[in-house]
Write a protein that binds this ligand. Structure first.
Ligand code: PMP
Ligand code: GLN
Length: 385
């Protein structure tokens, strides 16, 4: 291949390869226990896989309708209504997406204009900032304070300016496992109710919430829901992150703008998988057991490392556990995560990667969506550090 003779001007100066790609690649190369990138190492439901196969055999192999098949949108609307109380019209207020990442990208590119400000909470999922930047906006990063990583709403108030277009919230929160409370949501409501600020509520871990807490979806709060996009991921709920399926719900006026972009971004998403999900989602037993299932994994992992030198507070949601390694090493978290993957054969994610300025709190993130065997093997290594 001849080399391109010019130097293209980069639209994402300084962007590095995503930490999730970097750490999973290293874990594979080094044959390490991979507790880094967030995905299960156990199978998705055979019943769901059979439904996809059936849909393919029945001929659902061409483009799906642009916003998603109606039966899936209806099943999503019914689920949201049952769990959180708000009615979304499947015709105009729900769109099926290629995972939550696409929904987030499409929302931002449909609504954020040049020099608009978007408030995010750090540590923050890595796609938010580049997505805002690519679309001409600026992120205003508010740092959540360790060890509880709660939101200081007075600080949020002081960061709101006439240019604030959007606030991105994420509950349960990746990577800290923090969960927003009803009080948090009421404070957010008070801050935005007389403004034109749009909320992007990233709820991909809505069913991964522990210790009998209740998920405070944006859809429980009508005044918030009125000005919000709710983003969800089937990959997280049904153990198949590789299918890249999710959805977005929001009021018709916002969803109309979303679809203007969605149709040119992906047009529509995987048809046979939508057919399968439309049926599978109808059985609430397919997701209501998730808190118990993952809490048992969290507890198994934490119990196995209780005598290690790590300091931790049990994760309250998501399938991530933060471990503070400051009693073991003073090394930079990125350097250490790589070293432990290569030398000790256990991979994690350095939390500094979730900050724009790479704040290093000497904390690593471990994913416990793994078989018990994998978790115990990982714990054995961590106990020796
Ligand atoms: N938001 C958060 C907070 C995440 O952790 C992830 C990773 N799954 C996503 C969005 C993206 O989800 P998806 O894989 O469905 O694109
Ligand atoms: N959400 C997953 C995580 O936090 C990874 C998603 C991705 O690889 N882009 O590990």
């Amino acid at each position: 291949m001849p080399t391109y003779p010019f130097r293209p001007s980069s639209k994402l100066v300084n962007a590095e390869t995503s930490i999730f790609a970097v750490m999973s690649k290293l874990a594979t190369e080094e044959n390490a226990i991979n507790l880094s990138q967030g995905y299960p190492d156990f199978p998705s439901s055979p019943e769901l896989i059979d439904l996809v196969y059936k849909a393919m055999r029945e001929g659902y192999n061409q483009y799906a309708p642009m916003p998603g098949i109606f039966s899936l949108r209806q099943a999503i609307a019914d689920k949201i209504k049952t769990l959180y109380g708000t009615s979304y019209d499947p015709d105009t207020e729900i769109t099926v997406t290629a995972g939550a990442t696409q929904a987030i990208y499409t929302i931002v590119s449909a609504l954020v204009e040049k020099d608009d400000e978007v408030i995010i909470f750090a540590p923050a999922y890595d796609s938010y900032e580049p997505t805002v930047r690519l679309n001409g906006g600026k992120t205003v990063e508010i740092k959540l304070k360790a060890p509880d990583f709660g939101v200081d709403w007075n600080e949020v108030e002081s960061c709101i300016s006439p240019r604030t277009k959007m606030i991105i919230i994420n509950t349960p929160h990746n990577p800290t496992g923090t969960v927003l409370s009803r009080k948090d949501m009421i404070k957010l409501e008070a801050l935005v109710k007389d403004t034109e600020i749009i909320i992007l509520s990233d709820e991909v871990y809505e069913h991964l919430i522990y210790d009998n807490q209740e998920h405070q979806s944006i859809a429980r709060f009508p005044v918030l829901a009125q000005r919000s996009f709710l983003v969800a991921s089937f990959g997280k709920t049904f153990h198949n992150t590789g299918w890249k399926m999710g959805y977005c719900a929001g009021p018709a006026v916002l969803m109309a703008e979303f679809r203007k972009v969605h149709q040119f971004n992906v047009f529509s998403v995987n048809h046979p998988v939508q057919k399968a999900l439309a049926q599978y989602l109808r059985n609430e037993n397919n997701y209501l057991g998730l808190p118990g299932f993952f809490q048992a994994k969290r507890d198994l992992f934490l119990n196995a490392i209780k005598d290690s030198k790590f300091k931790f507070k049990p994760s309250r949601g998501t399938y991530f556990q933060l471990l503070d390694y400051s009693s073991i090493s003073a090394e930079n978290d990125f350097v250490l995560a790589q070293k432990w993957t290569s030398k000790n054969k256990v991979a994690s994610i350095p939390v500094s990667s979730f900050y724009l300025d790479k704040t290093d709190n000497k904390v690593l993130r471990f994913c416990f969506a793994k078989s018990d065997e994998t978790l115990l093997k990982g714990a054995e290594i961590l106990n020796r550090l």
